[in-house]
Design a protein around this ligand. Structure first.
Ligand SMILES: NC(=O)c1ccc[n+]([C@@H]2O[C@H](COP(=O)([O-])OP(=O)(O)OC[C@H]3O[C@@H](n4cnc5c(N)ncnc54)[C@H](OP(=O)(O)O)[C@@H]3O)[C@@H](O)[C@H]2O)c1
Length: 333
């Protein structure tokens, strides 16, 4: 393909704007592996980058898209050959390197993972960074001895991508999962279909303000930060883990040392972009095998094309979307 289409983000006088452009391979950042992109997906970060609402892109101009799957066209790395089916999540694409909202991509071999047997190119993009991150949270919590017997896992932001996958994944691994949402009335059926045992209304939840409140949750997966994360530190049971993933509510955290020194609670940082490669490969093998999601068809709520990306990102920033969005490029499975 001598020329191809991509969502390219520019910066003009400190303001960013994105548009659908026609490019050639020479326009792309350096890398050993050239990939014909089959599918991408939209994450909160992509919505921030494309809408210009967040400082995600590190240098301009840059193709957006932190996720892609596709087929190798050419490779200067011994590990990959033309025809290989592969995926990339994070590793700087769509931030400091050109990303996956593009018909063609060129990426460092260190970022590329072979498509695990048991998942299609489309399915890995339904999972995407959102699902990979939920799986990284499961890994870190289990490594720190989280067990279903310790009590229910509370997942915040569950109508979003990370939270939705977390419901499916943790419930599939034997945890009782409760969904803490701002859309309790409208989305209860969707959240229960993904595996939520109970739906908790964030808008009416009494969060209290004591250093320790009644211990209710065996652990938590938090996508919101701010007051919600503070509440979780005060209400997780002894030795429980809180995986801190996102800042959809705020980047702040107001708490005390009490949960950590009187209940042994652990706050586990989740950083999917630079996840060590052995963990990255292991997690994808898990997602294709023993951690296989049961509700991918429920999680994916829309399939769009490149020309619909901008308007969909605006809707995501406005909080109007539920579930995962996949973007169809070549559409190969
Ligand atoms: N650490 C990492 O490596 C990593 C990786 C991926 C994502 N993230 C972060 O994780 C978070 C979730 O990502 P995502 O892709 O799942 O996003 P998403 O699909 O947009 O979902 C975010 C969810 O958070 C809730 N929410 C949104 N705005 C809110 C607000 N102002 N106040 C309170 N709740 C709000 C909503 O859930 P309800 O309506 O159900 O409450 C929404 O569905 C983001 O902050 C993202 O940047 C971090």
């Amino acid at each position: 393909m001598s020329s191809f289409k991509a969502i390219r983000v520019h910066q003009v006088e400190r303001a960013t704007h994105s548009q659908l452009e026609t490019l050639t391979l020479n326009d792309l950042s350096a890398g050993e592996v050239v990939i014909r992109v089959a599918w991408s997906g939209l994450n909160y970060k992509d919505a921030l980058a494309v809408s210009g609402k967040g400082r995600i892109i590190k240098s301009f101009p840059r193709n957006a898209g932190i996720d892609l799957s596709g087929e190798v066209v050419s490779s200067d790395a011994a590990d990959f050959k033309p025809g290989d089916k592969v995926l990339v999540t994070g590793c700087g694409i769509g931030e400091s390197l050109d990303g996956g909202l593009s018909e063609m991509a060129r990426v460092p071999a260190s970022a590329v993972v072979k498509l695990p047997a048991g998942l299609s190119l489309r399915e890995v993009m339904v999972i995407g960074t959102a699902g990979f991150t939920a799986a990284l949270a499961l890994k870190r919590m289990r490594d720190n001895h989280q067990h279903p017997d310790m009590g229910p896992i509370l997942v915040s932001g569950p109508t979003g991508g990370v939270g939705g996958v977390a419901l499916d994944l943790f419930s599939g691994q034997g945890f009782e999962v409760h969904a803490l949402t701002g859309k309790a009335e409208a989305q209860a059926d969707y959240l229960k279909a993904l595996g939520a045992h109970t739906v908790v209304d964030r808008l009416t939840l009494e969060m209290g303000n004591k250093p320790l409140e009644s211990a209710l949750w065996g652990g938590a997966v938090d996508n919101l930060g701010g007051p919600t994360l503070g509440y979780l530190t005060r209400t997780v049971k002894p030795w429980g883990n809180i995986a801190t993933i996102g800042l959809a509510q705020a980047h702040t955290l107001d708490t005390t040392v009490m949960p950590f020194i009187l209940r042994g609670v652990s706050l586990l940082g989740i950083h999917s972009v630079e996840c060590p490669r052995p963990w990255r490969e292991w997690i994808w093998q898990q997602l294709a095998g023993p951690w296989k999601l049961r509700h991918l068809d429920t999680l994916v709520r829309r399939e769009i094309t490149l020309d619909q990306v901008k308007e969909t990102c605006d809707q995501q920033i406005a909080g109007a979307l539920v579930g995962r969005t996949v973007v169809k490029l070549s559409g190969q499975l």
